[in-house]
Ligand binder design. Structure first.
Ligand code: PLP
Length: 416
C-alpha cells in the first residue's frame, strides 16, 4: 500500500482524499533501499532521466533570446511554438496539411506533467456538467503508471479506478470490462503509450477501440505520449491518429508530449497538449489562472527542437543500444520481455521491494520496485486479487552508456 494512512478510516470521501496524498515514489524509495555499505561504484537506475544530452543549439537559442526574460511568456504558447508543434504532428503522423490547427488544437505546457494534472481538473468540471447531482466523476488510471495520474485525479476530486496492467492483458488497458455505472461516470481515462514502466505500445486497433469507448461515454481520453520517440522498431501510433482515422476529428482525445525524453531536455520544461478543440479552449483558459508558462527563451528553443529530427535519431540509437546490451544479459531470463518503447525494462523478479533492497545492499544498484508505481488490485471493481500488479517487478532504467548498462544488468542478474 502506498498511502500514508495518517488517519483512522475516513468517514467521508473528502476526508479520505485528505489522507490519501501519499509520498512521492522517490521519497519512499530510500526507506525501502536502506543504507548501503556497498564499497564499489554505485549505479543509479531508479530515475527516468534521459541519458542523452540535448543538442548544443538549445543553449545557443536560449542565450540569443535572453531579451525575453524580461517579458511574461504567452501562457498558451507563442504562434511560432504552436506552429512548430502542429508541423511536427503533421509530419510525424502523416496528417493531411491543415488538419492540426495550431490555434485550435494545440496548447503549450511546461512538460507533459502539467498537462496531465490540469486535464484532470478540466475533465472533472466537464463531467460534472453532465452528471446528475450527487454523482461523482471517475478517473481511470493505469496501474502501474506514472504517479501524476493518481495525484492529479485525487486533487481533482474524482473517484479513482485503477486498471491493472499485467501479463494476462498484455499490459494494455481494457476499460470496457468495467461496470456500466463506472463508465457512465467516467470523466477521463489516462493512457500511456509507450508505457512507463511496462514498455508496452498500444496498437492502432486498440487505440481506435478506446476512442470509440471515450465517445460513447463522452469522457476525455488522455494519451501520455512523452516516450513516443523512443522506440526500437515501428514508430508508436498516437491517439490523435486513431481519432482522426475514425471521423477526421480529434473529439474527446488529447495527446500530451514534451521535449524531456525526445530531446533529452527535461530541464527546459517544454511540451504541449494537442487534440479536442473544445477541451483545448478550456485548458487554454485554465492557463490564465494556474501554472507556470513555458519561459519565452525556452519556447523559442523548443520550437527549434520540434523542427529537428537528427538529434532524436541519435538518441533513439543510444537507447536501442542500451536495450540490446541489457538483452544480451537478460535474454534467457523468463521475467524479461523486450520493451516496445520508452527506456525502461519491467523485470519480473518476484518480491520487487525485497529484491530492490538486496540489489542496493549487495550490488550497489538502485532500481524502483514496481509496487511504488501501482495501486492495489482491490481498488478496481470486481478484482479480488491481493497486492498490486507491480509487486513482482522492478523497473530498470536504460539510460546510461552501454558499458554501464551491461555492468548494471550483470549485477541484477547475479541476484536472479
Ligand atoms: C510517463 C510519464 N509521463 C510524464 C512524465 C513527465 O515528463 P515531462 O513533464 O518532463 O514531460 C514522465 C516523466 O518521467 C513520465 O515518465
Amino acid at each position: 500500500m502506498q498511502r500514508q494512512a495518517t488517519a483512522a478510516a475516513p468517514d467521508t470521501p473528502d476526508a479520505g482524499r485528505w489522507t490519501q496524498i501519499f509520498d512521492y515514489p522517490y521519497h519512499r524509495l530510500p526507506k525501502i533501499l536502506g543504507q548501503s555499505e556497498y564499497a564499489g561504484e554505485r549505479i543509479a537506475l531508479h530515475v527516468g532521466e534521459p541519458g542523452v544530452p540535448p543538442p548544443p543549439f538549445l543553449a545557443e537559442i536560449v542565450a540569443e533570446q535572453s531579451g525575453l526574460w524580461g517579458k511574461y511568456p504567452l501562457g498558451t504558447g507563442t504562434p511560432d511554438y504552436l506552429q512548430s508543434v502542429a508541423d511536427w504532428l503533421t509530419r510525424r503522423y502523416s496528417f493531411p496539411s491543415g488538419l492540426v490547427d495550431p490555434g485550435a488544437h494545440v496548447v503549450a505546457y511546461p512538460g507533459s506533467k502539467e498537462g496531465l494534472f490540469n486535464t484532470a481538473l478540466a475533465a472533472v468540471m466537464r463531467k460534472e456538467r453532465d452528471l446528475p447531482a450527487g454523482q461523482r466523476p471517475v478517473i481511470l488510471i493505469p496501474s502501474p503508471g506514472y504517479h501524476v495520474y493518481f495525484g492529479g485525479s485525487l486533487l481533482a476530486g474524482a473517484d479513482i479506478v485503477p486498471l491493472p496492467l499485467d501479463e494476462e492483458n498484455g499490459f494494455l488497458l481494457h476499460p470496457e470490462a468495467l461496470p456500466g455505472e463506472i463508465l457512465q461516470r467516467t470523466a477521463l481515462l489516462y493512457l500511456c503509450t509507450p508505457h512507463n514502466p511496462c514498455g508496452s505500445v498500444t496498437p492502432m486497433a486498440r487505440l481506435k477501440e478506446l476512442v470509440t469507448l471515450a465517445r460513447a461515454h463522452d469522457f476525455v481520453l488522455v494519451s501520455d505520449e512523452c516516450y513516443s520517440e523512443i522506440y526500437f522498431e515501428a514508430p508508436p501510433p498516437s491517439i490523435l491518429e486513431a481519432a482522426a482515422a475514425r471521423d477526421g476529428s480529434f473529439d474527446n482525445v488529447l495527446s500530451l508530449n514534451s521535449l524531456s525524453k525526445r530531446s533529452g531536455a527535461p530541464g527546459l520544461r517544454c511540451g504541449f497538449g494537442a487534440g479536442d478543440a473544445e477541451l483545448i479552449t478550456v485548458l487554454g483558459l485554465q492557463r490564465g489562472y494556474v501554472g507556470t508558462q513555458v519561459p519565452g527563451p525556452n519556447m523559442a528553443a523548443g520550437a527549434a527542437l520540434w523542427r529537428d529530427e537528427a538529434h532524436v535519431t541519435e538518441a533513439r540509437a543510444f537507447y536501442a543500444e542500451g536495450v540490446a546490451v541489457a538483452e544480451e544479459v537478460f535474454g534467457d531470463f523468463a521475467g524479461y520481455s523486450r520493451p516496445e518503447g520508452g527506456f525502461f525494462l519491467w523485470l519480473k523478479v518476484g518480491e520487487g521491494e525485497a529484491f530492490a533492497h538486496r540489489l542496493w545492499q549487495e550490488q550497489g544498484v538502485s532500481v524502483l520496485p514496481g509496487s511504488l508505481m501501482a495501486r492495489p488490485y482491490g481498488e478496481c471493481p470486481g478484482d479480488t486479487r491481493p497486492g498490486t500488479p507491480g509487486d513482482d517487478y522492478i523497473r530498470f532504467a536504460v539510460m546510461h552508456e552501454p558499458e554501464k548498462v551491461r555492468e548494471a544488468a550483470r549485477r541484477v542478474a547475479a541476484l536472479l
